[in-house]
Write a new protein. Structure first.
Length: 409
């Protein structure tokens, strides 16, 4: 039985560490994910303060809740006009980067380690191209990139998460049913996206009109969260992607002024949306902080596999960087984004998605799930190191470059 004093003391300490880590990240560009995972490893595998096994069922539910909160927050942070304007190039970037990485990682591990092909592809979908929005958004702004580049990276960080999640769900479905029909993932992806978008748009618009009448009530934000969970649940029951629906719900709610004006309505939720955005940011930060500590708690330390898992992590990072380079070249061609292509290339830090999907694999009963968790942690750490080192290089390069108008001043 875990002592409640230890639990509450640890929770308080984690919150303080998360807050300090966020400040440290803003000052240095070094992700606090790495520190939080290390704290979890110390509290779990090293000193066994919190046993691993009882946490796994709870952590699966916690992982889903964390993704819902983060995607809703990300959706509210964007504007629908920017999304529509930047979508074509972002789709090119994400499709080349994520899809190619998933399949090459999967096939590589299948042939090198002799893993079952579907299990290899399941792992490929976990680590095949997420860029963590909580790192991407503040880092892109701190590097003083153009607004179009920031929008591009923000939209990419959301879209590649959705790609990874939907591919994961499709491959797990194939594995569990034992079917050899490889058209199923494509059908599943198309259906999931369509249903998620339709439900997200429908319920968000309905909620905008309801807010007209309940906006002055005390617990409107909590009521909105309730509808958000209903949106996720309904979409999942209809075999759509609940996470896509959540993202669309947040996007439309954050752009309610534009949406309502298009519908001929004059009432505006701008003040309320600002309040929602602030509260949602606090909750998302809290969920992420605890989640990465929990990820460290369930990490399995096996001395005999540390070197091999590190080598696998380096292989995955190598594949990701190759396809990210190709994708960045293709998506920025004949665009003003091209001047920031180095920054786009190096901002590849992973975080929530590979972590949550590796935990989901434990709950889904995938035989190699423990190995997936270990390698996913290495990939998260290595990708954050690449992003940190690369961002320092870009920042120094930007400081040493002198604009033409100043050269002739």
């Amino acid at each position: 039985m875990i002592n409640e004093i230890i639990v509450f003391s640890a929770a308080a300490g984690i919150i303080f560490l998360g807050f300090a880590g966020e400040i440290f990240f803003k000052k240095t560009g070094i992700s606090y994910y790495l520190f939080l995972i290390s704290v979890g490893i110390v509290l779990g595998p090293v000193f066994n303060v919190f046993p691993r096994e009882p946490l796994i069922p709870v952590l699966g539910l916690f992982a889903s809740f964390t993704l819902i909160m983060i995607l809703f927050y990300s959706g509210m942070d964007m504007r629908i006009k920017e999304v529509i304007r930047g979508s074509p190039r972002t789709v090119v970037q994400v499709t080349i980067y994520v899809v190619s990485s998933i399949f090459l990682i999967g096939f590589s591990l299948h042939f090198i380690l002799k893993w079952d092909l579907l299990q290899s592809l399941i792992f490929g979908s976990m680590v095949g191209g997420e860029t963590a929005s909580v790192v991407v958004i503040p880092l892109s702004r701190s590097l003083r990139l153009g607004q179009n580049t920031i929008t591009f990276l923000t939209l990419e960080s959301i879209l590649n998460s959705i790609y990874s999640i939907v591919f994961y769900e499709a491959f797990v479905s194939l594995y569990k049913t034992g079917t050899s029909n490889w058209t199923l993932p494509l059908i599943t992806i198309g259906t999931s996206f369509s249903i998620g978008i339709a439900v997200g748009i429908s319920l968000s618009i309905v909620w905008m009109f309801v807010l007209k009448y309940v906006r002055n009530f005390k617990y409107t934000y909590v009521l909105s969260l309730g509808l958000l969970f209903v949106t996720y649940a309904i979409t999942e029951v209809l075999h759509g992607s609940g996470l896509v629906a959540v993202l669309i719900f947040g996007l439309f709610l954050g752009s309610s002024k534009v949406i309502l004006s298009r519908l001929g309505q004059k009432f505006d939720h701008a003040d309320m949306n600002e309040q929602f955005y602030k509260f949602q940011g606090e909750i998302s930060f809290l969920m992420e902080t605890f989640f990465f500590v929990f990820l460290g708690l369930v990490f399995v330390i096996t001395p005999s596999t540390i070197l091999s898992n590190l080598m696998l992590g380096l292989l995955v990072i190598g594949i990701l960087l190759v396809f990210r380079f190709i994708a960045t070249k293709a998506s920025t061609i004949k665009s003003e984004l091209r001047k920031d292509q180095l920054a786009i290339f190096i901002i590849c830090a992973q975080g929530v998605v590979p972590a949550t999907l590796s935990i989901a694999a434990l709950n889904d009963g995938i035989p190699l799930a423990n190995t997936f968790v270990s390698i996913a942690v290495y990939v998260i750490i290595l990708s954050n190191i690449v992003t940190t080192a690369g961002s320092i290089w870009v920042a120094r390069k930007n400081r040493t470059s002198v604009p033409d108008d100043k050269k002739h001043a």
